[in-house]
Design a protein around this ligand. Structure first.
Ligand SMILES: Nc1nc2c(ncn2[C@@H]2O[C@H](COP(=O)(O)OP(=O)(O)O)[C@@H](O)[C@H]2O)c(=O)[nH]1
Ligand SMILES: [Mg+2]
Length: 381
C-alpha cells in the first residue's frame, strides 16, 4: 500500500511536469518573438523535467537571439531640442560669430573682417562666406545696429538661402513592386556609418517599418558584432557573413532575406577603406550591382564626419565619384563641429544633407531641416 502511494505520487508529479512543459511550449508557439525570453536556455521550465525542457526548447526558440527588452526610440521631434542646445552660441563658434554681428555696437571694417574669419574657420568655406558677407553688407550696412530685429530677419533669410529650403530631404526607404527599399550606407572608416545605421533602424522601427540589416563590412568581425548589437536592441535581424568574406554576397543575402520576409527596408553597412580609388570603386560598385539583381537601391547615404572639415569634403568627393550618392549624413555635429560644413558639402556634391548625428547615444540622430538648423544657430544663448 505504502509503495503504491509513492508510485501514485510519482505518476502525478510526472503528469504535472509534462503538462507544465506543454503549456509553456504551446504558449511560446502561439505568441512568436515578443515578448522575448532571454533566460530560456539557462533555466528549464521546471526543475523536475530537464530532459523534456531541453528537447522542447530548440523548437520554441526564435531563430535570432532577441534582446531582453526592446527599446522605445525617442520621437524625432524632441531630438531637435537637442540640436538647438548643441548649436547654441555658448558652445558653437559659428553661432557666436553670427550673433556677435547682431550685438555689435558698430559695423565697421573690423567687425566684418572678424565675422569673415569666424565663418571661414567654421567650415562655411570661402565661396559661401563671401556671398554671405556681401549680402549682409549690402542689406545691413546702415541699420543693423539701429534695428536688430530687422538684422536678425535678414541674417536668417540669407543663411536659409545658403543652406537651401527646397531640397527634398526625405529618405527613399520605400521599394516598388512589393520589393523592400534598399539603403546603401557608405563613407570613410570611423565617420559613423555603423552607428548611423543603428540609430536609423530605431527610427524606422518606431515608424512601423520592418527592417533587415546587412553587415557588409566584412573586413573586421567586430564591425558585424557592433551592427548586431544595434539590431538586437530593437529586434531587427542582421545578416552577416564570414570575416573577410565577400561584402557583395552578404548584401545580396540580406536583400534576399528582406524579400523573403516581406521586410520594408534593407539597410546595408559597408567598409570604408580608402585604399585606392579603383579598389573602392570596384567594391562599392560590385555591392550595388549585385544587390540590384534582386531589388533597386533606393537611397545611397554618404556619412561625413562634420569634425573633419576640409578633409571630410575631400573624402566625400572621392566617394561621390565612385557611387551615386543621394543623401548626406553629417555625423558628429555635436562636440567640436562648427556646423558651417553643411553648406559647402551640399554644394560640392549637389546632394542634400538628410540626417545629422548629434552624439553617440541611440537617439542622437535627427532629420536635417534647414529652418531648424538656422534657428538653432540664431537662438539667443
Ligand atoms: N560624438 C559623436 N560620435 C559619433 C557620432 N556618430 C558616430 N560616432 C562615434 O564615432 C565612432 C565611429 O563610429 P562607427 O559607426 O563605428 O563608424 P564607421 O567606421 O563609419 O562604421 C564611434 O565611436 C561612434 O560612437 C555622432 O553623431 N556624434
Ligand atoms: Mg562600421
Amino acid at each position: 500500500m505504502d509503495l503504491f502511494f509513492w508510485y501514485l505520487m510519482a505518476a502525478v508529479a510526472v503528469v504535472l511536469v509534462v503538462a507544465a512543459v506543454t503549456i509553456v511550449v504551446s504558449r511560446r508557439r502561439a505568441l512568436p518573438p515578443a515578448p522575448p525570453t532571454p533566460e530560456l536556455p539557462a533555466s528549464p521550465a521546471s526543475p523536475g523535467a530537464p530532459e523534456q525542457a531541453a528537447e522542447a526548447a530548440p523548437e520554441s526558440v526564435a531563430p535570432e537571439p532577441v534582446a531582453p527588452a526592446l527599446e522605445e526610440p525617442e520621437p524625432p521631434a524632441s531630438r531637435l531640442t537637442r540640436l538647438r542646445r548643441r548649436l547654441s552660441a555658448s558652445t558653437n563658434p559659428f553661432a557666436r560669430g553670427l550673433l556677435g554681428l547682431l550685438a555689435a555696437d558698430r559695423l565697421d571694417a573690423e567687425a566684418w573682417d572678424d565675422l569673415e574669419a569666424t565663418l571661414i574657420t567654421s567650415d562655411l568655406g570661402v565661396g559661401p562666406t563671401d556671398e554671405l558677407i556681401t549680402a549682409l553688407r549690402r542689406e545691413l550696412a546702415i541699420d543693423a545696429v539701429s534695428d536688430p530685429d530687422r538684422a536678425r530677419r535678414v541674417l536668417r533669410a540669407e543663411l536659409l538661402k545658403l543652406v537651401g529650403t527646397d531640397a527634398d530631404r526625405s529618405l527613399n526607404v520605400t521599394g516598388a513592386d512589393g520589393l523592400p527599399g534598399v539603403v546603401l550606407v557608405v563613407g570613410v572608416n570611423g565617420t559613423g556609418k555603423t552607428t548611423t545605421i543603428g540609430k536609423l533602424s530605431r527610427v524606422l522601427v518606431a515608424e512601423g517599418h520592418s527592417v533587415v540589416l546587412a553587415a557588409a563590412d566584412t573586413f573586421r568581425a567586430a564591425a558585424a558584432d557592433q551592427l548586431q548589437t544595434w539590431g538586437s536592441r530593437v529586434g531587427v535581424p542582421v545578416v552577416r557573413g564570414p570575416e573577410g568574406g565577400d561584402p557583395a554576397s552578404v548584401a545580396f543575402d540580406a536583400v534576399e532575406t528582406g524579400i523573403a520576409d516581406g521586410a520594408d527596408v534593407v539597410v546595408v553597412d559597408t567598409a570604408g577603406r580608402l585604399h585606392t580609388k579603383t579598389g573602392l570603386m570596384d567594391e562599392l560598385g560590385k555591392i550595388k550591382r549585385v544587390i540590384e539583381r534582386k531589388a533597386p537601391v533606393t537611397e545611397v547615404l554618404l556619412v561625413i564626419d562634420a569634425t573633419t572639415g576640409q578633409n571630410g569634403l575631400a573624402q566625400a568627393r572621392v566617394f561621390a565619384e565612385v557611387v551615386d550618392v543621394t543623401g548626406i549624413v553629417l555625423s558628429k555635429l555635436d562636440g567640436s563641429a562648427k556646423g558651417g560644413i553643411v553648406v559647402p558639402v551640399q554644394r560640392e556634391l549637389g546632394v542634400p544633407v538628410k540626417l545629422i548625428g548629434l552624439g553617440e547615444g541611440p537617439d542622437d540622430l535627427a532629420p536635417f531641416d534647414a529652418e531648424g538648423f538656422v534657428d538653432a544657430l540664431l537662438q539667443e544663448a
